[in-house]
Design a protein around this ligand. Structure first.
Ligand SMILES: Nc1ncnc2c1ncn2[C@@H]1O[C@H](COP(=O)(O)OP(=O)(O)OP(=O)(O)O)[C@@H](O)[C@H]1O
Ligand SMILES: [Mg+2]
Length: 270
């Protein structure tokens, strides 16, 4: 289980560029649950995921993963427990290394033994089957550099690498947004199947209302660094894309009336 307790983060404090990106976020995520995060541009969704991954130091707050306080744990150590896929297909893999080498590095993540670039044939065989399961014909190209692949192929491999060691937490930040619709749908289907197969605890950011209603068992909405809505159980199941659009429209309407709207919205949050 993931527990976020009163997270605060202000970027560029005391300067004209000051941004309160997280403003008292508290959240408990059950093990094996799949939470979709929605919010307008700049509302703090990526910052929330980055806080969990340890990309920056929080101003205050506590992050616990499976009962362990990881607030002060550096990003590279958290990577042993946390898999990530970003929006940009060029992030997350090393372009000048082959598919097999990238998978090898991913499989070493979190292991205490030193990094060994040598690939055992057993590992290679395991990689062959895993890459084959993507149904992209990449299993015969394990010796090709990742840089030679398309964005969709890279994103599918990044997902595979992120899930290779069954992470305790999978963070997906608009990971299909940069792909064409057909490839995006394919990567999303792969995402759904790998999450189901390993019952991964997942945190996924999207701007797609359709994805939000189709996937997962919980939807949270972020606005100006605060949680303003939280739907789970029957409430989540009953949501239609239209209901979510209306919540966004409500934000826009209230912003027009009062630019300091966040406190009003916060009052709606239960
Ligand atoms: N490293 C940083 N330095 C300065 N400001 C930052 C940094 N990271 C995020 N911000 C600011 O914090 C706010 C929240 O950004 P964040 O990237 O979390 O938004 P988001 O909800 O993911 O938006 P989008 O939907 O556009 O991806 C924004 O105003 C952004 O400019
Ligand atoms: Mg973002």
């Amino acid at each position: 289980m993931l527990k976020l307790i009163n997270l605060y983060k202000t970027f560029n404090p005391g300067t004209p560029d000051e941004v309160r990106a997280l403003s008292g976020v508290s959240l408990s995520i059950a093990a094996g649950s799949f939470t979709v995060i929605l919010g307008t541009n700049g509302s703090g969704k990526s910052t929330l995921l980055n806080a969990v991954a340890g990309t920056f130091t929080l101003d205050s707050g506590v992050i616990e993963l499976d009962g362990r306080d990881i607030t002060g744990m550096p990003e590279y150590k958290r990577a042993a427990y946390i898999g990530r896929v970003f929006q940009n297909p060029f992030s997350g893999t090393a372009p000048n290394m082959t598919i097999a080498e990238n998978l090898s590095v991913a499989s070493m993540r979190g292991k205490t033994r030193g990094f060994s670039p040598a690939l055992s044939s057993a590992a290679a065989a395991g990689f062959y089957e895993r890459v084959k399961s993507l149904n992209m014909g990449l299993e015969d190209r394990l010796d090709n550099n990742i840089g030679s692949l398309s964005g969709g192929q890279r994103q599918a491999l990044t997902l595979l690498m992120a899930c290779l060691n069954k992470p305790r937490l999978l963070l997906l930040d608009e990971h299909t947004a940069a792909l064409d619709p057909k490839t995006g749908a394919k990567v999303l289907e792969l995402t759904r199947s790998v999450i189901e197969k390993d019952n991964l605890t997942t945190f996924m950011v999207t701007h797609s209302m359709q994805q939000a209603v189709n996937l997962g068992d919980r939807i949270i909405m972020v606005y100006k660094g605060k949680l303003i809505h939280d739907f789970s159980g029957a409430d989540k199941k009953a949501l239609k894309p239209r209901d979510l659009y209306e919540l966004f429209e409500e934000i826009k309407r209230r912003e027009l009336i009062d630019p300091g709207v966040c406190d009003i919205l916060k009052a709606n949050y239960v």
